[in-house]
Ligand binder design. Structure first.
Ligand code: MN
Length: 203
């Protein structure tokens, strides 16, 4: 069983009032756990078992055809949620700093315009999916993906991603996805996004 559910790096109620405790418990302990379990089930007994997840997701086309959909959905889900927990923190919010802030200013004008672009991608994502800030190898980009697809599948580096599946917000926000997206920035960890930006450029 190579893949494991990472512990939530703060208390379940640590992101309140932006994200409520019950949502965090169900989201982390049930949804994310299920992605991990189903990913392990799909890869058990194959040569892919135990390979770094980012590698597996970048090489989906090489997987046995009968495993591909399960790995795409559950491997993507595991990667996306593992990132998601770390780019939020209690007492988050504020503004990006350092090189990341400079790059955001160069690419989008300022952080508010970046947030607007990411939120727009999340609002327009029909059904379930994610809205992202990525490093594409040469610069920053905003993209959105359906279901549990991840920028890793196209060789891009996800720096920040917001889960817009209903399970991420329904208990507190019901159908009001735009309100959830607007509030989400109160828990963003710009420190972690900046660390990921530095690491992506260095690799
Ligand atoms: Mn989710």
């Amino acid at each position: 069983m190579p893949y494991e559910l990472p512990p939530l790096p703060y208390a379940y109620d640590g992101l309140e009032p932006t994200i409520d405790e019950q949502t965090m418990r169900i989201h982390h302990d049930k949804h994310h756990q299920a992605y991990v379990d189903n990913l392990n089930k799909a890869l058990a007994g194959t040569e892919w078992d135990g390979r770094p997840l980012e590698q597996v997701l970048a090489l989906l086309d090489e997987l046995p055809e009968d495993k591909r959909a399960a790995v795409r959905n559950n491997g993507g889900g595991h990667a996306n949620h593992s990132l998601f927990w770390t780019i939020m923190k209690p007492g988050g919010g504020g503004d990006p700093s350092g090189d990341l802030a400079d790059a955001i200013a160069d690419t989008f004008g300022d952080a508010d315009q970046l947030k607007a672009a990411i939120n727009d991608g999340g609002v327009k994502r029909f059904g379930s999916g994610w809205t992202w800030l990525t490093w594409d190898g040469t610069g920053l980009a905003v993209v959105s993906t359906p279901n549990q697809d991840t920028p890793l599948m196209t060789g891009d580096v996800p720096l920040l991603g917001i889960d817009v599946w209903e399970h991420a917000y329904y208990l507190s926000y019901q159908n009001r996805r735009p309100d959830y997206l607007a509030a989400w920035w109160d828990v963003v960890s710009w420190d972690e996004v900046g660390r990921r930006y530095d690491a992506a450029r260095a690799s």
